[in-house]
Ligand binder design. Structure first.
Ligand SMILES: Nc1nc2c(ncn2[C@@H]2O[C@H](COP(=O)(O)OP(=O)(O)OP(=O)(O)O)[C@@H](O)[C@H]2O)c(=O)[nH]1
Ligand SMILES: C[S@@+](CC[C@H](N)C(=O)[O-])C[C@H]1O[C@@H](n2cnc3c(N)ncnc32)[C@H](O)[C@@H]1O
Ligand code: SF4
Ligand code: SF4
Length: 326
């Protein structure tokens, strides 16, 4: 069994696969004007997804996260889950969603094989939620989170992007929520994208401000597991939930990078912030192409940089994270 690795000793057992660029929300930090079709070819088909996941699995991938755009907008979303679940040696199937279809479909997706779900909830104040996401659907999304908790997922995670002057007063509400609810909260530092330096400068808030408050209130940093990615995780004996921080501007953030990304049109991205993606689609047309596809992945990994270059203001081709799945 092969294992994808780079020149810095990092192993890649986690694929973040985008299945669509389309989204029905207008998050101010991501798609402030909503999704605009670009007239390019369509998104990966079920067969192409099956070939892709099969090759990654053979190259050592154990976890697949389905993302987008909004992945649940795909009519064949449950089929996508099933195709991955049918792939031997993939042991974790996760997805990241804005949660708008969750209330209705949580059980169906669980039955198809989905085991972890991340729901983006940027504020627990419905008006602020509307202001940030452009959608007045707070109650609907929260009912979706409850449906996910009831459906039996092994992990339900809440993603919130930290935004100065928007949701920076929300921490007490989030803490209150996870006191008796077994949710993982994930606070993500705003990352600069091609969309705009002005927004970044107005709203970026370092995750260290949250970390300092957590440590002062009795939370402790969990030891890092061998399979863990770049988040720092915290727990507290009085809370059922846990908290993770993604702080991409901190030193050594990329040391534990364990993930690769494939865009909805089949391009491999070695980092969230790269110059361009490598075309894989020509090798997703039949199972016989698998050895060639794996060889291409192995070669490309040797080009992976040690770290992103965000500090120098280099945001790569990533106009917004919806185009690459975050
Ligand atoms: N810079 C950077 N940001 C990341 C990375 N992984 C996740 N993020 C950020 O965190 C956001 C939320 O990620 P999710 O899709 O919910 O996945 P996650 O919780 O980080 O992933 P798991 O490690 O699978 O739990 C992403 O959309 C990115 O904004 C990474 O490797 N590098
Ligand atoms: C691109 S979205 C795709 C999945 C789904 N539509 C959702 O919102 O959960 C994945 C994650 O990226 C995060 N994200 C988007 N733009 C970001 C940015 N500029 N900085 C940090 N996180 C961002 C979102 O908050 C979301 O949790
Ligand atoms: S963060 Fe997710 S829900 Fe919000 S606009 Fe981007 S893709 Fe859509
Ligand atoms: S910024 Fe790039 S290299 Fe760093 S952890 Fe994220 S994907 Fe990996």
């Amino acid at each position: 069994m092969s294992q994808l690795q780079d020149n810095f000793g990092r192993k890649f057992h986690y694929l973040r696969m985008s299945v669509t660029d389309v989204c029905n929300f207008k998050c101010s930090y991501c798609l402030p004007d909503g999704y605009r079709p670009d007239g390019k070819p369509g998104f990966l088909s079920l067969d192409e997804i099956s070939h892709l996941v099969g090759a990654f699995a053979e190259a050592g991938t154990r976890k697949v996260r389905i993302t987008g755009g909004e992945p649940t907008l795909r009519k064949d979303f449950s089929d996508i889950i099933r195709v991955i679940a049918d792939t031997k040696t993939i042991n974790t199937i996760a997805c990241t969603t804005n949660g708008y279809r969750l209330e209705k479909h949580a059980r169906e997706w669980f039955d198809a094989g989905l085991r972890r779900i991340n729901v983006s909830v940027d504020s627990l104040d419905p008006r602020m939620f509307y202001q940030i996401t452009g959608e007045n659907r707070f109650d609907e999304v929260m009912r979706g989170v409850n449906a996910a908790l009831e459906a039996g997922f092994e992990r339900v995670k809440i993603n919130a992007v930290l935004l100065k002057n928007l949701n920076d007063q929300d921490l007490p509400r989030f803490l209150h929520w996870i006191k008796h609810t077994p949710l993982d909260l994930r606070f993500i530092e705003l990352m600069e994208t091609g969309l705009g330096r002005d927004y970044f400068q107005a709203h970026h808030l370092p995750g260290s401000s949250i970390r300092d408050r957590l440590l002062a209130e009795g939370w402790s940093l969990d030891p890092r597991g061998a399979e863990d990615g770049p988040a720092q995780n915290f727990s507290h004996p009085d809370y059922q939930g846990r908290i993770g921080l993604i702080m991409p501007y901190e030193k050594h953030f990329c040391d534990s990078c364990n993930r690769l990304r494939v865009s909805a049109r089949g391009k491999l991205h070695l980092c969230l912030f790269t110059e361009g993606g490598l075309e894989l689609r020509d090798l997703l047309q039949s199972a016989e192409q698998r050895p060639e596809l794996i060889a291409r992945l192995e070669r490309q990994l040797l080009l992976k940089r040690e770290t992103h270059l965000l500090h120098q203001g280099f945001t790569g081709v990533t106009q917004h994270l919806a185009s690459i799945g975050g």
